[in-house]
Design a protein around this ligand. Structure first.
Ligand SMILES: [Zn+2]
Length: 236
């Protein structure tokens, strides 16, 4: 297992935005890099959440599925999460209110990464699941137009989150990036909005980041750009 609170990232969000997602690392390799994480699957077929060593695939076609060891992961972040700070029994009025909570428990951390986990009863949580590419190279910005959006109410669950510093837009999602799975492992997705009570948030600064870049022709022949507006739209 990786060093505590060291982020391992495979590929770049900008590559995913450009539709680079034919292949990647295996799910078993990803789970060796940390105890929690987020990402997607080959052809952007659904969202990925890594929780306590298990990799789940979240698609609109059924309940979360535990990934097979050889499933291909074209983009992911994982961390061996060892929380250093915790806040309990608080209310989350919306997704953006997390900014203040993180600032409160980990002040002066704007330019480092934070990994965190939220356990709560969600009176409402809205998630999306990408449906997968319709053709090779289809960019994520276009897939966002046809994503499945679901709202669940009164559901217990867990969120795995990362906060990336603003200048790292395109490396990952600058700001918050959260994936959810219900306590019974029956629902999940990329979090768009939420309201929760009796929340517990545990967090740690991650100042070490290890990035592994694809060596594929697909990755290396694609013109990568930082599409700030596109990322905000599809990953906000
Ligand atoms: Zn996501």
């Amino acid at each position: 297992m990786a060093e505590p609170n060291t982020i391992y990232q495979y590929s770049l969000l900008s590559a995913l935005m450009a539709g680079v997602c034919e292949e990647g690392i295996t799910a078993s390799k990803l789970s060796s890099k940390g105890n929690q994480g987020i990402g997607t699957f080959a052809r952007m077929n659904g969202e990925l959440i890594l929780l306590d060593g298990k990799v789940y695939q979240l698609t609109p076609n059924g309940p979360p599925r535990e990934a097979s060891a050889n499933d291909q992961i074209p983009f992911a972040m994982a961390v061996n999460f060892v929380p250093t700070h915790t806040k309990t029994n608080f209310t989350i009025s919306n997704k953006n209110s997390l900014n203040e909570v993180l600032e409160e428990i980990l002040p002066q951390t704007n330019n480092v990464f934070i990994s965190y986990r939220i356990e709560a009863r969600f009176s409402s949580i809205t998630v999306r699941m990408v449906r997968g590419q319709e053709y090779k190279g289809q960019p994520l910005s276009e897939l966002g137009e046809n994503q499945s959006v679901q709202t669940y109410t009164d559901i217990d669950g867990i969120i795995v989150g990362f906060r990336s510093p603003q200048p790292w837009q395109g490396f990952s999602v600058a700001g918050k990036h959260l994936h959810f799975i219900s306590l019974d492992r029956g629902r999940g997705g990329h979090v768009l909005e939420m309201v929760a009570s009796d929340a517990k948030l545990s967090a740690a600064v991650a100042s070490n980041v290890h990035v592994e870049l694809p060596t594929s022709a697909e990755f290396n022949t694609t013109n990568l750009v930082v599409d700030d507006a596109g990322i905000r739209k599809v990953e906000g």
